[in-house]
Design a protein around this ligand. Structure first.
Ligand SMILES: Cc1cc2nc3c(=O)[nH]c(=O)nc-3n(C[C@H](O)[C@H](O)[C@H](O)COP(=O)(O)OP(=O)(O)OC[C@H]3O[C@@H](n4cnc5c(N)ncnc54)[C@H](O)[C@@H]3O)c2cc1C
Ligand SMILES: Cc1cc2nc3c(=O)[nH]c(=O)nc-3n(C[C@H](O)[C@H](O)[C@H](O)COP(=O)(O)O)c2cc1C
Length: 498
Protein backbone atom coordinates (compact mmCIF):
# COMPACT_ATOMS: atom_id res chain seq x y z
CA UNK A 1 0.00 0.00 0.00
CA UNK A 2 2.83 2.36 0.91
CA UNK A 3 4.47 1.82 -2.50
CA UNK A 4 1.15 2.43 -4.25
CA UNK A 5 0.53 5.65 -2.28
CA UNK A 6 4.07 6.86 -2.98
CA UNK A 7 3.73 6.10 -6.71
CA UNK A 8 0.40 7.95 -6.85
CA UNK A 9 1.98 10.91 -5.08
CA UNK A 10 4.89 10.99 -7.52
CA UNK A 11 2.53 10.65 -10.48
CA UNK A 12 0.34 13.51 -9.20
CA UNK A 13 3.44 15.64 -8.70
CA UNK A 14 4.66 14.91 -12.25
CA UNK A 15 1.21 15.72 -13.65
CA UNK A 16 1.21 18.98 -11.68
CA UNK A 17 4.69 19.87 -13.08
CA UNK A 18 3.59 19.06 -16.61
CA UNK A 19 0.48 21.26 -16.31
CA UNK A 20 2.58 24.17 -14.93
CA UNK A 21 5.14 23.77 -17.72
CA UNK A 22 2.45 23.66 -20.40
CA UNK A 23 0.75 26.73 -18.95
CA UNK A 24 4.07 28.58 -18.80
CA UNK A 25 4.85 27.72 -22.43
CA UNK A 26 1.44 28.80 -23.59
CA UNK A 27 1.63 32.11 -21.69
CA UNK A 28 5.20 32.73 -22.78
CA UNK A 29 4.41 32.03 -26.40
CA UNK A 30 1.42 34.36 -26.35
CA UNK A 31 3.17 37.19 -24.55
CA UNK A 32 6.26 37.20 -26.74
CA UNK A 33 4.25 37.24 -29.92
CA UNK A 34 1.64 39.71 -28.73
CA UNK A 35 3.99 42.55 -27.97
CA UNK A 36 4.45 45.45 -30.23
CA UNK A 37 7.13 47.27 -28.43
CA UNK A 38 5.95 50.61 -27.12
CA UNK A 39 9.18 51.62 -25.44
CA UNK A 40 9.48 55.24 -24.37
CA UNK A 41 12.66 55.88 -26.32
CA UNK A 42 12.52 55.73 -30.08
CA UNK A 43 15.34 56.15 -32.60
CA UNK A 44 14.59 57.69 -36.00
CA UNK A 45 17.07 57.40 -38.85
CA UNK A 46 16.62 59.16 -42.18
CA UNK A 47 18.46 59.25 -45.49
CA UNK A 48 17.53 62.18 -47.68
CA UNK A 49 19.05 63.98 -50.65
CA UNK A 50 16.64 66.85 -51.25
CA UNK A 51 14.96 67.02 -47.84
CA UNK A 52 11.71 65.04 -48.14
CA UNK A 53 12.75 62.16 -45.89
CA UNK A 54 14.24 64.61 -43.41
CA UNK A 55 11.00 66.63 -43.29
CA UNK A 56 8.96 63.46 -42.68
CA UNK A 57 11.44 62.36 -40.00
CA UNK A 58 10.88 65.67 -38.19
CA UNK A 59 7.08 65.32 -38.44
CA UNK A 60 7.36 61.74 -37.20
CA UNK A 61 9.31 62.99 -34.22
CA UNK A 62 6.68 65.65 -33.56
CA UNK A 63 3.79 63.14 -33.50
CA UNK A 64 5.67 60.77 -31.22
CA UNK A 65 6.85 63.56 -28.90
CA UNK A 66 3.28 64.85 -28.58
CA UNK A 67 2.36 61.32 -27.50
CA UNK A 68 4.94 61.56 -24.71
CA UNK A 69 7.77 59.56 -26.27
CA UNK A 70 11.48 60.37 -26.11
CA UNK A 71 12.71 60.56 -29.68
CA UNK A 72 16.15 60.99 -31.21
CA UNK A 73 16.63 61.81 -34.88
CA UNK A 74 19.82 61.12 -36.85
CA UNK A 75 20.88 60.75 -40.43
CA UNK A 76 21.56 57.08 -41.17
CA UNK A 77 25.29 57.74 -41.39
CA UNK A 78 25.25 59.22 -37.88
CA UNK A 79 23.76 56.07 -36.34
CA UNK A 80 26.41 54.02 -34.59
CA UNK A 81 26.43 50.33 -33.59
CA UNK A 82 25.96 51.50 -29.97
CA UNK A 83 22.72 53.26 -30.95
CA UNK A 84 21.39 50.04 -32.45
CA UNK A 85 22.44 47.94 -29.49
CA UNK A 86 20.64 50.23 -27.06
CA UNK A 87 17.49 50.98 -29.09
CA UNK A 88 14.42 48.80 -29.07
CA UNK A 89 12.41 50.71 -31.71
CA UNK A 90 14.00 52.08 -34.85
CA UNK A 91 12.03 54.02 -37.45
CA UNK A 92 13.74 54.41 -40.82
CA UNK A 93 12.69 56.96 -43.42
CA UNK A 94 14.78 56.68 -46.56
CA UNK A 95 14.63 57.79 -50.15
CA UNK A 96 16.32 56.17 -53.18
CA UNK A 97 18.59 57.55 -55.92
CA UNK A 98 20.56 56.32 -58.92
CA UNK A 99 20.26 52.59 -59.52
CA UNK A 100 18.36 52.01 -56.29
CA UNK A 101 21.08 53.62 -54.21
CA UNK A 102 21.18 55.47 -50.90
CA UNK A 103 21.23 59.27 -50.56
CA UNK A 104 24.65 60.60 -49.54
CA UNK A 105 23.79 60.88 -45.84
CA UNK A 106 22.81 57.20 -45.68
CA UNK A 107 25.36 55.56 -47.94
CA UNK A 108 27.71 54.28 -45.24
CA UNK A 109 25.14 52.83 -42.83
CA UNK A 110 25.13 49.29 -44.21
CA UNK A 111 28.87 48.93 -44.75
CA UNK A 112 29.92 50.69 -41.56
CA UNK A 113 27.19 50.27 -38.95
CA UNK A 114 25.25 47.15 -39.88
CA UNK A 115 28.45 45.29 -40.72
CA UNK A 116 29.21 45.27 -37.00
CA UNK A 117 26.31 42.89 -36.42
CA UNK A 118 26.11 39.22 -37.26
CA UNK A 119 23.08 37.06 -37.97
CA UNK A 120 20.38 37.43 -35.30
CA UNK A 121 22.38 40.16 -33.50
CA UNK A 122 19.54 42.68 -33.83
CA UNK A 123 16.74 40.43 -32.63
CA UNK A 124 15.87 42.98 -29.93
CA UNK A 125 15.10 45.64 -32.54
CA UNK A 126 11.59 46.41 -33.80
CA UNK A 127 11.65 48.34 -37.06
CA UNK A 128 9.25 50.48 -39.05
CA UNK A 129 10.48 51.28 -42.55
CA UNK A 130 9.14 54.06 -44.76
CA UNK A 131 10.56 54.13 -48.29
CA UNK A 132 10.27 57.29 -50.39
CA UNK A 133 10.59 56.85 -54.11
CA UNK A 134 9.10 57.17 -57.53
CA UNK A 135 7.62 54.15 -59.29
CA UNK A 136 8.69 55.50 -62.68
CA UNK A 137 12.24 54.47 -61.74
CA UNK A 138 13.31 50.89 -62.28
CA UNK A 139 14.41 50.36 -58.67
CA UNK A 140 11.36 51.69 -56.89
CA UNK A 141 12.31 52.29 -53.24
CA UNK A 142 15.40 50.18 -53.97
CA UNK A 143 17.41 51.46 -51.02
CA UNK A 144 14.54 50.76 -48.59
CA UNK A 145 14.43 47.18 -49.91
CA UNK A 146 18.19 46.80 -49.56
CA UNK A 147 17.98 48.03 -45.95
CA UNK A 148 15.12 45.62 -45.30
CA UNK A 149 17.16 42.66 -46.50
CA UNK A 150 20.27 43.65 -44.54
CA UNK A 151 18.37 44.27 -41.31
CA UNK A 152 16.43 41.06 -41.80
CA UNK A 153 19.74 39.19 -42.06
CA UNK A 154 20.66 40.64 -38.66
CA UNK A 155 17.45 39.23 -37.17
CA UNK A 156 15.59 42.56 -36.76
CA UNK A 157 11.78 42.32 -36.55
CA UNK A 158 9.66 44.44 -38.85
CA UNK A 159 6.43 45.91 -37.59
CA UNK A 160 4.93 45.49 -41.05
CA UNK A 161 5.99 45.38 -44.71
CA UNK A 162 7.93 48.38 -46.07
CA UNK A 163 5.53 51.29 -46.52
CA UNK A 164 6.39 52.53 -50.00
CA UNK A 165 5.57 56.16 -50.75
CA UNK A 166 5.28 56.83 -54.46
CA UNK A 167 5.89 60.51 -55.30
CA UNK A 168 5.08 61.62 -51.73
CA UNK A 169 1.62 60.02 -51.88
CA UNK A 170 -0.23 61.59 -48.95
CA UNK A 171 -2.36 58.53 -48.19
CA UNK A 172 0.77 56.38 -47.73
CA UNK A 173 2.02 58.98 -45.25
CA UNK A 174 -1.30 58.84 -43.39
CA UNK A 175 -0.87 55.07 -43.25
CA UNK A 176 2.58 55.65 -41.68
CA UNK A 177 0.87 57.89 -39.11
CA UNK A 178 -1.42 54.97 -38.21
CA UNK A 179 1.64 52.91 -37.19
CA UNK A 180 3.06 55.86 -35.25
CA UNK A 181 -0.23 55.79 -33.35
CA UNK A 182 0.24 52.09 -32.62
CA UNK A 183 3.86 52.55 -31.53
CA UNK A 184 3.15 55.54 -29.31
CA UNK A 185 -0.16 54.25 -27.96
CA UNK A 186 -1.82 57.54 -28.91
CA UNK A 187 -4.24 57.33 -31.82
CA UNK A 188 -5.61 60.88 -31.40
CA UNK A 189 -3.23 62.57 -33.81
CA UNK A 190 -3.88 65.13 -36.55
CA UNK A 191 -3.52 63.96 -40.15
CA UNK A 192 -0.56 65.65 -41.85
CA UNK A 193 -2.77 65.97 -44.90
CA UNK A 194 -6.48 65.54 -44.64
CA UNK A 195 -7.95 63.13 -47.21
CA UNK A 196 -10.25 64.60 -49.85
CA UNK A 197 -13.31 62.52 -49.02
CA UNK A 198 -16.41 61.80 -51.09
CA UNK A 199 -19.87 61.16 -49.70
CA UNK A 200 -21.05 57.58 -49.41
CA UNK A 201 -24.38 56.45 -48.03
CA UNK A 202 -24.54 53.86 -45.26
CA UNK A 203 -27.23 51.52 -46.57
CA UNK A 204 -26.95 48.56 -44.24
CA UNK A 205 -25.32 47.59 -40.94
CA UNK A 206 -25.48 44.20 -39.28
CA UNK A 207 -23.74 42.80 -36.22
CA UNK A 208 -22.17 39.52 -37.34
CA UNK A 209 -21.40 38.18 -33.85
CA UNK A 210 -24.25 39.14 -31.49
CA UNK A 211 -23.53 36.20 -29.15
CA UNK A 212 -19.77 36.78 -29.04
CA UNK A 213 -17.76 37.13 -25.84
CA UNK A 214 -15.56 39.58 -27.75
CA UNK A 215 -16.34 43.07 -29.04
CA UNK A 216 -19.11 43.23 -31.63
CA UNK A 217 -18.10 43.27 -35.30
CA UNK A 218 -20.39 44.90 -37.84
CA UNK A 219 -20.75 44.35 -41.57
CA UNK A 220 -21.40 47.72 -43.21
CA UNK A 221 -22.58 48.27 -46.76
CA UNK A 222 -22.03 51.64 -48.43
CA UNK A 223 -22.90 53.12 -51.78
CA UNK A 224 -21.45 56.21 -53.45
CA UNK A 225 -23.48 59.37 -53.89
CA UNK A 226 -24.69 59.56 -56.64
CA UNK A 227 -25.18 55.77 -56.83
CA UNK A 228 -23.33 53.58 -59.32
CA UNK A 229 -20.15 51.56 -58.93
CA UNK A 230 -18.02 51.09 -62.08
CA UNK A 231 -16.17 47.75 -62.43
CA UNK A 232 -12.75 49.10 -61.44
CA UNK A 233 -13.85 51.55 -58.76
CA UNK A 234 -11.44 49.74 -56.41
CA UNK A 235 -9.26 46.64 -56.48
CA UNK A 236 -9.03 43.75 -54.06
CA UNK A 237 -6.64 44.83 -51.29
CA UNK A 238 -7.62 48.52 -51.38
CA UNK A 239 -8.47 50.42 -48.22
CA UNK A 240 -11.34 52.75 -47.32
CA UNK A 241 -10.14 55.89 -45.54
CA UNK A 242 -13.02 57.09 -43.40
CA UNK A 243 -13.65 60.58 -42.07
CA UNK A 244 -15.18 59.99 -38.61
CA UNK A 245 -17.88 62.16 -37.08
CA UNK A 246 -19.04 63.07 -33.58
CA UNK A 247 -22.31 61.95 -32.06
CA UNK A 248 -24.91 64.69 -31.39
CA UNK A 249 -24.44 63.98 -27.67
CA UNK A 250 -20.67 64.61 -27.91
CA UNK A 251 -21.29 67.93 -29.67
CA UNK A 252 -23.83 69.01 -27.04
CA UNK A 253 -21.46 68.00 -24.26
CA UNK A 254 -18.70 70.12 -25.84
CA UNK A 255 -20.99 73.17 -26.19
CA UNK A 256 -22.07 72.85 -22.56
CA UNK A 257 -18.43 72.63 -21.43
CA UNK A 258 -17.62 75.64 -23.59
CA UNK A 259 -20.63 77.60 -22.32
CA UNK A 260 -21.79 78.59 -25.84
CA UNK A 261 -24.60 77.63 -28.20
CA UNK A 262 -23.88 79.82 -31.21
CA UNK A 263 -21.48 77.58 -33.10
CA UNK A 264 -23.14 75.65 -35.94
CA UNK A 265 -23.17 71.99 -34.91
CA UNK A 266 -22.47 70.78 -38.48
CA UNK A 267 -19.03 72.42 -38.31
CA UNK A 268 -18.32 70.69 -35.02
CA UNK A 269 -19.43 67.32 -36.40
CA UNK A 270 -15.99 66.48 -37.79
CA UNK A 271 -13.75 68.32 -35.28
CA UNK A 272 -11.85 66.77 -32.40
CA UNK A 273 -13.79 67.94 -29.35
CA UNK A 274 -12.07 65.85 -26.68
CA UNK A 275 -9.64 68.00 -24.71
CA UNK A 276 -8.40 68.87 -21.24
CA UNK A 277 -9.99 71.63 -19.11
CA UNK A 278 -6.83 73.70 -19.58
CA UNK A 279 -7.07 73.55 -23.38
CA UNK A 280 -10.79 74.22 -23.26
CA UNK A 281 -10.45 77.33 -21.13
CA UNK A 282 -7.95 78.77 -23.64
CA UNK A 283 -10.62 78.32 -26.34
CA UNK A 284 -13.29 80.11 -24.31
CA UNK A 285 -11.74 83.52 -25.01
CA UNK A 286 -11.80 83.09 -28.80
CA UNK A 287 -14.51 84.32 -31.14
CA UNK A 288 -16.40 81.68 -33.16
CA UNK A 289 -14.19 81.88 -36.27
CA UNK A 290 -10.95 81.64 -34.29
CA UNK A 291 -12.37 78.84 -32.15
CA UNK A 292 -13.33 76.77 -35.18
CA UNK A 293 -9.95 77.16 -36.81
CA UNK A 294 -8.30 76.10 -33.52
CA UNK A 295 -10.20 72.81 -33.46
CA UNK A 296 -8.39 70.10 -35.42
CA UNK A 297 -10.25 67.75 -37.76
CA UNK A 298 -10.79 64.23 -36.44
CA UNK A 299 -8.07 61.93 -37.82
CA UNK A 300 -8.93 59.50 -40.62
CA UNK A 301 -9.39 55.78 -39.98
CA UNK A 302 -8.60 52.94 -42.39
CA UNK A 303 -10.68 49.82 -43.09
CA UNK A 304 -10.05 46.95 -45.52
CA UNK A 305 -12.61 46.77 -48.29
CA UNK A 306 -14.28 43.35 -48.11
CA UNK A 307 -16.28 43.32 -51.35
CA UNK A 308 -15.77 43.53 -55.12
CA UNK A 309 -17.36 46.40 -57.09
CA UNK A 310 -19.46 43.82 -58.95
CA UNK A 311 -21.26 43.00 -55.67
CA UNK A 312 -22.88 46.45 -55.79
CA UNK A 313 -21.71 47.88 -52.48
CA UNK A 314 -18.50 48.72 -50.68
CA UNK A 315 -18.47 46.46 -47.63
CA UNK A 316 -16.48 46.84 -44.41
CA UNK A 317 -16.18 44.61 -41.37
CA UNK A 318 -15.63 46.90 -38.40
CA UNK A 319 -14.87 45.84 -34.83
CA UNK A 320 -16.38 48.18 -32.26
CA UNK A 321 -13.79 49.66 -29.90
CA UNK A 322 -15.14 50.70 -26.50
CA UNK A 323 -12.87 52.99 -24.49
CA UNK A 324 -15.08 53.28 -21.42
CA UNK A 325 -18.74 53.12 -20.47
CA UNK A 326 -19.55 56.36 -22.34
CA UNK A 327 -16.96 56.49 -25.10
CA UNK A 328 -16.22 54.47 -28.24
CA UNK A 329 -13.20 54.54 -30.55
CA UNK A 330 -13.23 57.54 -32.92
CA UNK A 331 -13.69 55.59 -36.16
CA UNK A 332 -15.43 52.43 -35.02
CA UNK A 333 -17.76 54.42 -32.75
CA UNK A 334 -18.81 56.57 -35.70
CA UNK A 335 -19.36 53.62 -38.04
CA UNK A 336 -20.95 51.14 -35.63
CA UNK A 337 -22.92 53.39 -33.26
CA UNK A 338 -23.32 57.07 -34.12
CA UNK A 339 -23.88 57.10 -37.90
CA UNK A 340 -27.46 56.16 -38.70
CA UNK A 341 -28.62 54.17 -41.71
CA UNK A 342 -28.82 56.53 -44.74
CA UNK A 343 -26.31 58.90 -43.11
CA UNK A 344 -23.56 60.17 -45.35
CA UNK A 345 -20.13 58.80 -44.56
CA UNK A 346 -17.00 60.63 -45.72
CA UNK A 347 -14.87 58.07 -47.52
CA UNK A 348 -11.83 57.96 -49.76
CA UNK A 349 -10.49 54.84 -51.45
CA UNK A 350 -6.76 54.37 -50.88
CA UNK A 351 -5.03 52.37 -53.58
CA UNK A 352 -3.03 49.75 -51.71
CA UNK A 353 -0.89 48.38 -54.52
CA UNK A 354 1.30 46.15 -52.34
CA UNK A 355 -1.79 44.14 -51.29
CA UNK A 356 -3.47 43.90 -54.70
CA UNK A 357 -4.26 40.39 -55.95
CA UNK A 358 -1.42 38.45 -57.58
CA UNK A 359 -1.57 37.37 -61.22
CA UNK A 360 -4.80 35.73 -62.28
CA UNK A 361 -3.64 32.11 -62.21
CA UNK A 362 -1.33 32.21 -59.18
CA UNK A 363 -2.60 30.08 -56.25
CA UNK A 364 -3.16 32.14 -53.13
CA UNK A 365 -2.82 31.16 -49.47
CA UNK A 366 -4.84 33.60 -47.36
CA UNK A 367 -4.14 33.82 -43.63
CA UNK A 368 -6.02 36.04 -41.21
CA UNK A 369 -7.82 36.52 -37.94
CA UNK A 370 -10.77 38.56 -36.75
CA UNK A 371 -11.78 41.45 -39.02
CA UNK A 372 -8.72 40.59 -41.15
CA UNK A 373 -11.03 38.29 -43.05
CA UNK A 374 -12.42 41.44 -44.73
CA UNK A 375 -9.15 42.10 -46.58
CA UNK A 376 -8.93 38.42 -47.57
CA UNK A 377 -12.55 38.13 -48.71
CA UNK A 378 -11.96 40.78 -51.39
CA UNK A 379 -9.36 38.54 -53.09
CA UNK A 380 -11.62 35.48 -53.06
CA UNK A 381 -14.45 37.39 -54.77
CA UNK A 382 -12.13 39.17 -57.21
CA UNK A 383 -13.74 38.23 -60.56
CA UNK A 384 -10.37 38.14 -62.33
CA UNK A 385 -9.31 35.27 -60.03
CA UNK A 386 -12.41 33.15 -60.52
CA UNK A 387 -10.33 30.22 -61.85
CA UNK A 388 -7.45 30.41 -59.36
CA UNK A 389 -6.88 28.22 -56.31
CA UNK A 390 -7.48 29.83 -52.88
CA UNK A 391 -6.71 28.32 -49.48
CA UNK A 392 -8.08 30.21 -46.48
CA UNK A 393 -6.73 29.95 -42.93
CA UNK A 394 -8.91 31.83 -40.45
CA UNK A 395 -8.86 32.21 -36.67
CA UNK A 396 -11.40 33.74 -34.29
CA UNK A 397 -12.81 33.13 -30.83
CA UNK A 398 -15.74 30.74 -31.09
CA UNK A 399 -17.29 28.84 -33.97
CA UNK A 400 -20.72 29.42 -32.48
CA UNK A 401 -20.53 33.22 -32.36
CA UNK A 402 -17.61 34.46 -34.50
CA UNK A 403 -17.62 32.40 -37.68
CA UNK A 404 -17.66 35.46 -39.98
CA UNK A 405 -18.95 34.98 -43.57
CA UNK A 406 -19.79 31.31 -42.81
CA UNK A 407 -22.49 31.09 -45.51
CA UNK A 408 -20.24 32.82 -48.09
CA UNK A 409 -17.40 30.41 -47.31
CA UNK A 410 -19.62 27.34 -47.69
CA UNK A 411 -20.86 28.73 -51.00
CA UNK A 412 -17.33 29.41 -52.27
CA UNK A 413 -16.24 25.88 -51.32
CA UNK A 414 -19.21 24.56 -53.25
CA UNK A 415 -18.56 26.69 -56.36
CA UNK A 416 -14.78 26.10 -56.28
CA UNK A 417 -13.77 29.71 -55.53
CA UNK A 418 -12.21 28.26 -52.38
CA UNK A 419 -10.13 25.11 -52.70
CA UNK A 420 -9.56 24.60 -48.96
CA UNK A 421 -10.54 26.22 -45.70
CA UNK A 422 -8.97 25.66 -42.29
CA UNK A 423 -10.47 27.51 -39.34
CA UNK A 424 -9.59 27.59 -35.70
CA UNK A 425 -11.48 29.07 -32.76
CA UNK A 426 -9.37 29.83 -29.70
CA UNK A 427 -12.14 29.62 -27.12
CA UNK A 428 -13.34 26.24 -28.44
CA UNK A 429 -9.94 24.58 -28.13
CA UNK A 430 -9.67 21.29 -26.25
CA UNK A 431 -6.76 20.79 -23.81
CA UNK A 432 -3.50 20.60 -25.74
CA UNK A 433 -5.17 21.47 -29.06
CA UNK A 434 -3.91 24.35 -31.23
CA UNK A 435 -5.55 27.68 -30.52
CA UNK A 436 -4.64 30.43 -32.98
CA UNK A 437 -4.43 30.76 -36.72
CA UNK A 438 -0.62 30.34 -36.67
CA UNK A 439 -1.17 26.95 -35.01
CA UNK A 440 -3.00 25.76 -38.11
CA UNK A 441 0.08 26.24 -40.28
CA UNK A 442 2.56 23.73 -38.85
CA UNK A 443 0.24 20.70 -39.20
CA UNK A 444 -0.20 21.74 -42.85
CA UNK A 445 3.49 22.46 -43.44
CA UNK A 446 4.13 20.01 -46.27
CA UNK A 447 1.00 21.07 -48.15
CA UNK A 448 1.93 24.76 -47.74
CA UNK A 449 5.43 23.95 -49.07
CA UNK A 450 3.83 22.19 -52.03
CA UNK A 451 1.56 25.16 -52.83
CA UNK A 452 4.52 27.57 -52.60
CA UNK A 453 6.62 25.31 -54.85
CA UNK A 454 3.75 25.50 -57.36
CA UNK A 455 4.02 29.30 -57.26
CA UNK A 456 1.49 30.25 -54.57
CA UNK A 457 1.55 33.69 -52.95
CA UNK A 458 0.81 34.17 -49.24
CA UNK A 459 -1.35 37.09 -48.07
CA UNK A 460 -1.80 37.89 -44.39
CA UNK A 461 -4.43 40.28 -42.99
CA UNK A 462 -5.50 41.02 -39.43
CA UNK A 463 -3.95 41.75 -36.05
CA UNK A 464 -0.55 43.36 -35.77
CA UNK A 465 -0.47 42.36 -32.10
CA UNK A 466 -0.35 38.64 -31.62
CA UNK A 467 -1.05 37.30 -35.09
CA UNK A 468 1.30 38.94 -37.61
CA UNK A 469 4.56 38.10 -35.91
CA UNK A 470 3.51 34.60 -34.86
CA UNK A 471 2.42 33.79 -38.41
CA UNK A 472 5.67 35.25 -39.75
CA UNK A 473 7.75 33.10 -37.36
CA UNK A 474 5.77 29.95 -38.21
CA UNK A 475 6.05 30.55 -41.95
CA UNK A 476 9.81 31.11 -41.51
CA UNK A 477 10.02 27.70 -39.79
CA UNK A 478 8.00 26.01 -42.53
CA UNK A 479 9.58 27.64 -45.58
CA UNK A 480 12.92 28.90 -44.21
CA UNK A 481 13.59 32.53 -43.34
CA UNK A 482 15.49 33.15 -46.58
CA UNK A 483 12.76 31.67 -48.74
CA UNK A 484 10.23 33.90 -46.98
CA UNK A 485 12.41 36.93 -47.67
CA UNK A 486 12.65 35.93 -51.34
CA UNK A 487 8.86 35.56 -51.47
CA UNK A 488 8.51 39.06 -49.98
CA UNK A 489 10.91 40.47 -52.59
CA UNK A 490 8.89 38.77 -55.34
CA UNK A 491 5.71 40.22 -53.81
CA UNK A 492 4.48 36.72 -53.06
CA UNK A 493 4.40 37.30 -49.29
CA UNK A 494 2.31 40.39 -48.54
CA UNK A 495 0.87 41.60 -45.27
CA UNK A 496 -1.75 44.15 -44.35
CA UNK A 497 -1.77 44.09 -40.59
CA UNK A 498 -3.08 46.58 -38.07
C1 LIG B 1 -4.64 48.93 -43.31
C2 LIG B 1 -5.62 48.87 -42.17
C3 LIG B 1 -6.78 48.14 -42.31
C4 LIG B 1 -7.68 48.05 -41.26
N1 LIG B 1 -8.81 47.32 -41.44
C5 LIG B 1 -9.69 47.20 -40.43
C6 LIG B 1 -10.88 46.41 -40.60
O1 LIG B 1 -11.13 45.83 -41.66
N2 LIG B 1 -11.72 46.33 -39.55
C7 LIG B 1 -11.49 46.96 -38.34
O2 LIG B 1 -12.31 46.86 -37.44
N3 LIG B 1 -10.36 47.72 -38.17
C8 LIG B 1 -9.48 47.85 -39.18
N4 LIG B 1 -8.36 48.62 -39.01
C9 LIG B 1 -8.16 49.34 -37.72
C10 LIG B 1 -8.91 50.68 -37.77
O3 LIG B 1 -8.27 51.55 -38.70
C11 LIG B 1 -8.92 51.40 -36.43
O4 LIG B 1 -7.62 51.45 -35.92
C12 LIG B 1 -9.84 50.75 -35.42
O5 LIG B 1 -11.17 50.74 -35.91
C13 LIG B 1 -9.82 51.49 -34.08
O6 LIG B 1 -10.02 52.84 -34.33
P1 LIG B 1 -11.00 53.72 -33.46
O7 LIG B 1 -10.92 55.10 -33.99
O8 LIG B 1 -12.35 53.09 -33.34
O9 LIG B 1 -10.34 53.62 -32.02
P2 LIG B 1 -9.38 54.74 -31.38
O10 LIG B 1 -10.15 55.92 -30.98
O11 LIG B 1 -8.22 54.93 -32.28
O12 LIG B 1 -8.92 53.96 -30.08
C14 LIG B 1 -8.09 52.82 -30.23
C15 LIG B 1 -7.51 52.42 -28.91
O13 LIG B 1 -6.79 53.53 -28.38
C16 LIG B 1 -6.91 53.55 -26.98
N5 LIG B 1 -7.56 54.81 -26.57
C17 LIG B 1 -8.07 55.75 -27.40
N6 LIG B 1 -8.56 56.78 -26.69
C18 LIG B 1 -8.37 56.49 -25.38
C19 LIG B 1 -8.69 57.13 -24.16
N7 LIG B 1 -9.30 58.34 -24.13
N8 LIG B 1 -8.35 56.52 -23.01
C20 LIG B 1 -7.75 55.32 -23.02
N9 LIG B 1 -7.43 54.66 -24.14
C21 LIG B 1 -7.73 55.22 -25.30
C22 LIG B 1 -7.76 52.39 -26.59
O14 LIG B 1 -6.89 51.33 -26.29
C23 LIG B 1 -8.50 52.05 -27.84
O15 LIG B 1 -8.81 50.68 -27.86
C24 LIG B 1 -7.44 48.73 -40.05
C25 LIG B 1 -6.27 49.49 -39.92
C26 LIG B 1 -5.37 49.56 -40.97
C27 LIG B 1 -4.13 50.37 -40.81
C1 LIG C 1 18.05 61.88 -59.82
C2 LIG C 1 16.99 61.12 -59.09
C3 LIG C 1 17.05 59.74 -59.05
C4 LIG C 1 16.07 59.00 -58.41
N1 LIG C 1 16.12 57.62 -58.40
C5 LIG C 1 15.14 56.90 -57.82
C6 LIG C 1 15.16 55.47 -57.84
O1 LIG C 1 16.04 54.81 -58.36
N2 LIG C 1 14.14 54.81 -57.22
C7 LIG C 1 13.12 55.47 -56.60
O2 LIG C 1 12.22 54.82 -56.07
N3 LIG C 1 13.07 56.82 -56.56
C8 LIG C 1 14.06 57.55 -57.17
N4 LIG C 1 14.01 58.93 -57.13
C9 LIG C 1 12.90 59.60 -56.42
C10 LIG C 1 13.27 60.03 -54.99
O3 LIG C 1 13.63 58.95 -54.16
C11 LIG C 1 12.08 60.75 -54.39
O4 LIG C 1 11.88 61.95 -55.13
C12 LIG C 1 12.18 61.10 -52.92
O5 LIG C 1 10.98 61.70 -52.47
C13 LIG C 1 13.32 62.06 -52.63
O6 LIG C 1 13.41 62.22 -51.23
P1 LIG C 1 14.55 63.11 -50.52
O7 LIG C 1 14.14 64.54 -50.73
O8 LIG C 1 14.43 62.73 -49.07
O9 LIG C 1 15.85 62.76 -51.09
C14 LIG C 1 14.99 59.67 -57.78
C15 LIG C 1 14.95 61.08 -57.82
C16 LIG C 1 15.93 61.80 -58.46
C17 LIG C 1 15.84 63.30 -58.49
Amino acid sequence: MRYLAASLLILSYLLFCWLCWRNYRRKHRISTSQNINSSDSILIGYASQTGNAERIARKTKEQLTQAGKMVQVFTLNQITPAHLTQASTLLLIVSTYGEGEAPDNGNRFIARTLAAFGQQALQHLQIGLLGLGDSSYQHFCGFAHQLHNELHNCGARFLTDIIEVDGLDESALRHWQYYLGQISGSTRFSDWNQPVYSDWKLIQRECLNPASHGAPAFLLKLQPVPAGIPANYWHAGDIAEIGPGNSPAAIQHFLVRLGRVTIPTNILATRDLVMSEEKLSALKNLDDAALISALPELPHREYSIASAPAEGSLDLLVRQVRINEHQFGIGSGWLTVHAAINNLIRLRIRTNAHFHSPATERPLILIGNGTGIAGLRAHIVNPSRANAKHWLFFGERSAFADDFFHADIQHWLHTGLLTRVDKIFSRDAQIGAPRYVQDLLTPNASEIQRWVAEGAAIYVCGSLKGMAQAVDETLAQILGANQLEILADERRYCRDVY
